[in-house]
Design a protein around this ligand. Structure first.
Ligand SMILES: *Cc1c(COP(=O)(O)O)cnc(C)c1O
Length: 226
């Protein structure tokens, strides 16, 4: 079933859009089934779960951290993570930079922006991001490769599209002002199971799809991880 779901999601994505299979709370067998079907990029939200899965699974998997950043837990994934999606403050960027320096790496990150109407979703404002970017050279162990955001959870697809469009325009502005000569700054991480079609239509380069591949999550497991 996972293989079929994966194939159907993949076949709906234009070439050039990367699929991160979001496997939080899911057992190793489920990840292996996706891996055996050719999926090599996985996204996780909980640092210890991410560390344990990385230890247990094949080493050519590319791991994406898509959860909330907590400074004390960066150490659990900094050695091997491919991309940290949700950097939402200058303080977290500084913490990642410090951990990456200690690990002897330069780690790719995305800046998270608040595009939804829900108040609970975190992220930079444009002013905060620009203030941070002005001092980016002080953080040589992070490389900012794009932006990430989550749309409002609503059936109103026009609203969802306009929020993704807003993230795209934030990306364009940052590209022009800060990264015009930087080819690495090219990623727009937007779109989940219920809205990745809208995100792709608005120019997403990375979609983060979980339940549509692995089925509904076990929320007991989420509570235990917190
Ligand atoms: C869990 C999660 C996803 C995947 O959600 P689905 O609705 O299961 O596709 C994507 N992005 C983030 C940041 C998440 O926390």
């Amino acid at each position: 079933m996972i293989k079929d779901n994966l194939d159907s999601v993949k076949s709906s994505l234009p070439s050039g859009v990367k699929l991160v299979a979001v496997s939080k709370t899911k057992p190793l067998e489920d990840l292996l089934e996706a891996y055996d079907a050719g999926q090599k990029a996985f996204g996780e939200n909980y640092p210890l779960e991410l560390r344990d899965k990385h230890e247990a699974l094949p080493k050519d998997i590319e791991w994406h951290f898509i959860g909330h950043i907590q400074s004390k837990q960066i150490k659990y994934y900094i050695d091997f993570v491919t991309l940290i999606h949700g950097v939402d403050s200058a303080a977290h960027l500084a913490d990642i930079d410090r951990a990456a320096a200690k690990a002897g790496r330069v780690v790719d990150v995305l800046l998270e922006f608040h595009i939804a109407t829900e108040e609970t979703k975190s992220g930079f404002t444009m002013a905060e991001a620009e203030e941070m970017l002005a001092g980016l050279k002080d953080y040589p162990n992070v490389r900012v490769v794009g932006v990430m955001g989550m749309a409002t959870n609503t059936p109103d697809t026009e609203q969802v599209r306009s929020e993704f469009r807003k993230l795209h325009s934030i990306f364009d502005t940052l590209k022009q002002r800060w990264f015009a000569a930087d080819e690495a700054f090219k990623e727009l991480s937007m779109g989940m199971s219920h809205d990745y079609a809208e995100a792709v239509a608005e120019g997403s380069t990375i979609v983060r799809v979980g339940s549509k591949i692995f089925g509904a999550r076990n929320y007991q497991k989420i509570a235990e991880n917190k």
